[in-house]
Design a protein around this ligand. Structure first.
Ligand code: ADP
Ligand code: MG
Length: 245
């Protein structure tokens, strides 16, 4: 569904240039759950930001459903981000003083839904992520796990083709991690196409259809979870796994 061909991305500062992505070639197919791991600074977030259309790339081409994106103008990218991609961040990006219901409803209103239908759908999505009965709670008053489940609900409500997660459990209180991973597992089982940057290797092994290891802006290794964890090929992958497993 999404194909990256020779994608490169540079960050320029006054004094330096960082190549965050180096000629990345990747394909994400419908129904896949790709788990991405790697050291801090290896380009994982940059990759997700490029896939989501939030960040422009400098070289190469990205295809969506077989169509090249080189002809996308600003409005097309806006449309792509809004309609095709659900993005879940480490730090939720919720509106704290809004209720759980309003957080989802406001997104649906922007999408053009009428008031009543937006409210109805918001309730359905709250239910889906296990927040039924909490419609009137302010987002700021939720536990870290509930906040993340709410941000997943809001992303799902936009009915995206693919869900992207950037370290969705790294900011959570440890006892809340399980409830968010369980929800992600449910989505994967429902057939949702997902790409997640995560260091939860047990989860990646159990739920992922593919695991990808990034190192210095390249995809150094990718394989089925079984192969990836049982016989990693590259020294850098082995070294990384020996630290996180
Ligand atoms: P990861 O998510 O794997 O930790 P990132 O994609 O955030 O890695 O970063 C990849 C590289 O790009 C790092 O060297 C980082 O310092 C650099 N980088 C990321 N974002 C910016 C930015 N906005 N400006 C300058 N450099 C950046
Ligand atoms: Mg990151």
């Amino acid at each position: 569904m999404i194909v990256l061909q020779n994608i490169s991305k540079y960050y320029y500062t006054d004094t330096s240039v960082t190549q965050a992505l180096r000629k990345i070639n990747l394909e994400f197919k419908i129904g896949e759950f790709v788990a991405i791991t790697g050291e801090s600074g290896s380009g994982k977030s940059t990759l997700l930001n490029v896939i989501s259309g939030m960040d422009a790339f400098d070289d190469g081409e990205m295809f969506f459903c077989g169509e090249p994106t080189f002809q996308y103008d600003a409005a097309d990218w806006e449309n792509f981000r809004r309609n095709e991609i659900g993005f879940v961040f480490q730090n939720y990006s919720l509106i704290g003083h809004y209720t759980t219901l309003e957080n989802i409803k406001s997104a649906l209103l922007i999408m053009g839904y009428q008031e009543e239908e937006a409210a109805r759908q918001a309730v359905t999505y709250l239910e889906k992520v296990g927040l039924k009965g909490m419609e009137k709670q302010r987002a700021s008053e939720l536990s870290s796990g509930q906040k993340q489940r709410l941000s997943i609900a809001r992303a799902l409500a936009m009915n995206p083709e693919v869900m992207l997660f950037d370290e969705p459990t790294s900011a959570l209180d440890p006892e809340m991690v399980g409830e968010v991973l369980d929800l992600m597992k449910e989505l994967a089982e429902d057939g949702m196409t997902m790409v997640a940057v995560t260091h939860e290797m047990g989860f990646a092994r159990e739920v992922g259809t593919r695991v990808l290891f990034m190192d210095e802006g390249v995809v150094l290794e990718q394989n089925t979870p079984y192969e990836f964890f049982s016989s990693p090929q590259m020294d850098r992958t082995k070294e990384f796994l020996s630290k996180v497993l």
